[in-house]
Design a protein around this ligand. Structure first.
Ligand code: DON
Length: 304
């Protein structure tokens, strides 16, 4: 399979469809990006990199960073983590608060905002310098000093933090939040404000395509068993209330962010990052999802 030819074909076809969506603006700084950008990078398990379009432009990875924070925290707590956060798809928007009350402060999964805040809280309990340790960890995964925290995006989210702050207080009221709310929110906004390009993002997901072993870090990041679990959570919860549709159309474990990025893995073959800022009404990139759908159609295989 010529991956370069494949992603170029996909890129061309998606561009011809002229799909449109809306750039996220509830974090005002995110609305300042050029909405027409579109890039794809695919990294195979030999370390070959293939790219097309704006694949070298850094973008705000937002919720995709929740996979990295979960990866840092999971081995520290193992299955005990699941007493604080569940592993069920929520069927609700990423920032929904409703479910949290009737499920008594246990978020449905680690990728909705409530669950990710629990993960960041747990991370703050185990790591002394969480922000720099998250950056170091992602740099290690990518085998590259590639992580920048975009301070303008970080501050912009901090200035429009009512919803996430409410979620954190709600979690605290159920005693599912151990550290200072302001400190954890700062760490959360910082990891969401990480900017990376498609190549480095795909590299940072490579270990999930490779049973937990990173060829870029040259070491085991997660055990094979933990890596399978993270992939299962991505498949079932990575796209919030569009997770079923993504599994149906694409059939790969993946994670989206409101910056317009999607990172996904084809186990034992490759990792891929696609980015285009315009989102559908569920907060997922219109072009990125379409590109991955075309990709697995052309390959004639997915996870299934
Ligand atoms: O907490 C937020 O709302 C953002 N920092 C991240 C949300 C996000 O990326 C949802 N993904 N599609």
């Amino acid at each position: 399979m010529d991956y370069q030819e494949l992603i170029e074909e996909v890129y061309q076809e998606v561009q011809e469809e002229n799909l449109r969506g809306k750039v996220a603006n509830y974090i005002p700084e995110l609305a300042t990006v050029d909405p027409h950008q579109f890039g794809i990078a695919l990294v195979d398990l030999k370390g070959n990199v293939y790219g097309v379009g704006d694949y070298q432009n850094p973008f705000s990875i937002q919720s995709i960073s929740k996979v990295h924070t979960l990866t840092m925290v999971f081995p520290k707590f193992d299955t005990q983590l699941w007493s604080r956060v569940n592993v069920e798809p929520s069927g609700n928007p990423f920032n929904s608060i409703a479910q949290l009350e009737y499920e008594k402060g246990i978020p449905r999964n680690p990728f909705i905002n409530a669950g990710a805040l629990v993960i960041t809280d747990a991370l703050c309990s185990k790591f002394e310098k969480p922000v720099s340790q998250i950056s170091d960890f992602i740099n290690e995964l990518a085998g590259e000093n590639c992580v920048e925290i975009n301070q303008a995006v970080m501050k912009s989210e901090k200035n429009h933090a009512a919803r996430n702050t409410a979620l954190a207080y709600f979690l605290k009221s159920y005693k599912n939040f151990d550290n200072s709310i302001d400190e954890v929110l700062d760490v959360y906004f910082s990891h969401c404000a990480i900017a990376m390009n498609c190549v480095d993002l795909a590299k940072s997901f490579s270990f999930l395509a490779n049973d937990g072993y990173s060829i870029f870090a040259n070491k085991e990041i997660l055990t094979e068993s933990h890596a399978r679990r993270v992939n299962a959570i991505m498949l079932t919860c990575g796209f919030y209330d569009e997770a079923g549709e993504f599994a149906y159309r694409v059939g790969l474990p993946g994670k989206s962010g409101v910056g317009g990025g999607v990172a996904a893995v084809m186990p034992h073959k490759f990792s891929i990052a696609v980015w285009s800022p315009e989102l559908n009404e569920k907060g997922n990139s219109v072009k990125a999802i379409r590109a991955l759908e075309l990709l697995t159609n052309k390959l004639s295989f997915s996870l299934f």
